[in-house]
Design a protein around this ligand. Structure first.
Ligand SMILES: [Mg+2]
Length: 400
């Protein structure tokens, strides 16, 4: 396989802010201002007003087209520039056999400068996903069939976030979901712990059987997290996600050892090297890789590590379009120890607007696409209307 052309799309799509509140990528109120980015008042993380992501389209000399995507909810142009100015010149006209071999080349190209995380690995991951799409199309097989042997095609899903800003609105959202047949729902601690506990108490009165996950959005210190874990365990929380700042290995280790509820982390880490200290110290129970941040190649490696450590696994799927969601599904199809796939209905709906084949799903399951490659097709022209598009040129790199 030889790469002929690389195009990137830094995407910005307006979204309905009232409906987005409470879900992935917008856990707090997005202010009514027209600013592009807002810092969530309670914990300092920046969120985008619009739906932002970065897609890459790679075309081979034999005419196969592969789509990839990075998890790039803030400044997708950064990922785009890395691909356009640095990765594309390395890749164009370069022949490869496997996506893994390309990932190694790109990872090595910048590692001594400290680029083993962040935007750089996001960019690599977008390319990796696109190359798996190409590899699948070349072999006329779905990606899940190339990266593993498990090949489950129907996966359990959970709804990520209730809509509404008040407890009353969130309870109404919960009632609608369970009436529709939803089996598992995650709630976010966007404000104070006491508010989340009050919401959980109300939800449990409505349903004792719905699986309820809690995402604390990295906002607790160790002492408060210990107490909070005990409280959410009283309401039979399925897991407690992101309780502490993501760098705190020993805090997670102490918490995981003492918590009556399982600790779920993983969306912040892109490689085996970032996550290794957490494996070594038994600092989690559920690993949540984000395939838009680690790519399919490294994501499958992380899942193997998780399986050997006896962990459960549940892919993190946040702001993303078809390539990113599909990539997570193809990986998850091979995870024997899968708990649930994350689904924010508002985000899947936006992704679906730009796909000619939408994801098949029920209230409690999603079907892994069965066509060659990622098994999705994008409306490129429509996508271009919401994107800054770049086409990489070949001229500025040689192997010496
Ligand atoms: Mg999370």
């Amino acid at each position: 396989l030889k790469i002929e052309q690389i195009e990137t799309f830094a995407v910005r799509i307006p979204r309905d802010h009232n409906r987005a509140r409470g879900g992935a990528g917008s856990p707090g109120a997005l202010h009514a201002s027209t600013a592009r980015y807002a810092r969530a008042v309670h914990f300092g993380t920046v969120y985008a007003r619009d739906f932002e992501t970065c897609l890459v389209k790679i075309t081979t000399t034999s005419g196969i087209v592969g789509w990839g995507e990075a998890q790039a909810p803030v400044v997708p142009e950064a990922v785009q520039e890395i691909i356009d100015l640095l990765l594309a010149p390395l890749l164009l006209n370069w022949e490869f056999d496997t996506p893994g071999e390309v990932r190694d080349l790109l990872y090595n190209a910048m590692r001594v400068r400290g680029h083993f995380g962040g935007f750089y690995i996001d960019a690599l991951s977008a390319v990796d996903i696109a190359l798996w799409d190409i590899a699948g199309k070349q072999a006329a097989r779905p990606v899940y069939d190339l990266v593993g042997t498990e090949g489950k095609t129907s996966l359990p899903l959970y709804i990520s976030g209730l809509t509404g800003t008040t407890e009353t609105e969130q309870i109404a959202s919960f009632e609608r979901y369970i009436a529709d047949g939803v089996k598992a729902i995650k709630v976010f601690m966007a404000e104070e712990p006491a508010q989340l506990i009050s919401l959980l108490r109300s939800l449990r009165k409505l349903s004792s059987t719905t699986v309820c996950m809690v995402d604390a959005l990295w906002r607790l210190n160790l002492e408060d997290a210990m107490e909070f874990a005990r409280m959410v365990a009283d309401f039979d929380a399925f897991w407690l996600e992101a309780p502490l700042v993501s760098e705190d290995v020993h805090g997670h280790q102490k918490l995981a050892a003492a918590s009556p509820v399982r600790i779920a982390i993983g969306e912040s880490y892109r490689t085996r090297y970032e996550i290794a200290p957490f494996f070594e110290t038994h600092a989690m129970h559920v690993l949540q890789p984000d395939i838009g941040r680690c790519g399919i190649t490294e994501g499958m490696h992380l899942s193997t590590m998780a399986a050997s450590a006896g962990l459960r696994i549940a892919p993190h799927i946040s702001i993303g379009m078809g390539p990113q969601i599909a990539a997570a599904l193809h990986c998850a199809a091979n995870w024997k120890h899968l708990d649930y796939v994350e689904c924010n209905p508002q985000i899947y709906a936006i992704a679906g607007q730009f796909q000619s084949v939408v994801f098949k799903m029920s209230a409690s399951t999603i079907t892994v696409p069965d066509l060659p490659g990622l098994g999705i097709a994008l409306h490129e022209e429509e996508l271009s209307n919401f994107s800054r598009v770049r086409r990489a040129s070949l001229s500025n790199f040689i192997n010496v």
